[in-house]
Design a protein around this ligand. Structure first.
Ligand SMILES: [Zn+2]
Length: 270
């Protein structure tokens, strides 16, 4: 099974060192794209799990291996990403191997990402915020935004890894997830049923976040203290409170969202 193969930690480590092998078209409904392995878990993993429970096919494309992270190693982070993928029940996860900290929003990187978007042909993309504490997040947000648009232009030609031309594809919506800096959301997604699983997926990155099981002699960072995880919980409660549910994730959209009926709206007392 493709999913099991993808989430075998050893195969993930091996693949993540090089450009991923693309064998066949693999249509997804929702694709989350983010610059560092763990951004998706922090920003939108609850939404991915809720959509999966609703029968949707979900996947993640990590742009870099997070090799500039103060703690842990790229190999360890790849193992952690694979463990988190198992918790989220992803249909696919791959790493584009861009340079952490030094990737650019230029043609070379846009083409690499366009190729991944055309491979998975997602209806909806969830991506980094357009501005955040870490400058990589904002730059990745812009890169994702432009690649999603350019991917829809048929005269932008790309080849898959087998050398065959790819068909153009534009996701219908791009939603930017709120990660570190607070921004007033365009909408929030109720993730209360899967919030514990979301925390588990974050804790899978035991080198990065507070974990009693990780005892390497490495410096503490902004994100490795118990207070950081408490702040994550508080943030989700704050977003949940806006719509009268225990926990929610927040998103920003530039495009107006269209609805066909009001049944999907959370209707709680607020
Ligand atoms: Zn990050």
């Amino acid at each position: 099974m493709h999913f099991l193969k993808k989430c075998d930690p050893r195969s993930y480590v091996k693949k993540s060192r090089f450009a991923p092998k693309i064998k066949s078209k693999m249509k997804l409904d929702i694709l989350a794209i983010a610059v560092h392995p763990d951004d998706v878990e922090l920003g939108c993993s609850g939404t991915l799990m809720m959509e999966r429970a609703n029968g949707k096919r979900t996947g993640v494309v990590d742009l870099t291996r997070g090799e500039l992270g103060t703690r842990g190693t790229p190999e360890l982070r790849a193992l952690e990403a694979a463990k988190a993928a198992g918790i989220l029940g992803l249909d696919a996860r791959e790493n584009l191997g861009m340079k952490d900290g030094f990737f650019r929003n230029d043609e070379e990187h846009q083409r690499l990402l366009i190729r991944a978007i055309r491979k998975y042909r997602p209806e909806i993309v969830l991506g980094n915020a357009l501005e955040d504490r870490h400058p990589d997040h904002g730059r990745a947000g812009q890169l994702i935004r432009e690649a999603c648009f350019l991917s829809g232009l048929r005269k932008v030609e790309t080849l898959d890894e087998g050398g065959s031309p790819q068909e153009h594809w534009r996701p219908k919506y791009l939603f930017h997830f709120i990660q570190d800096r607070y921004t007033h959301p365009s909408f929030v997604y109720d993730i209360s049923p899967v919030f514990e699983a979301k925390l588990q997926s974050i804790r899978a990155y035991s080198s990065q976040f507070y974990s009693t099981g990780y005892e390497a002699d490495e410096p503490q960072t902004y994100i490795s203290s118990p207070e950081f995880l408490n702040a994550i919980i508080g943030r989700h409660q704050l977003l949940g409170k806006m719509i009268g549910v225990p926990y929610a994730e927040g998103f920003l959209t530039e495009k107006v969202v269209g609805v066909r009926n009001f049944d999907a709206f959370v209707q709680a007392d607020t």
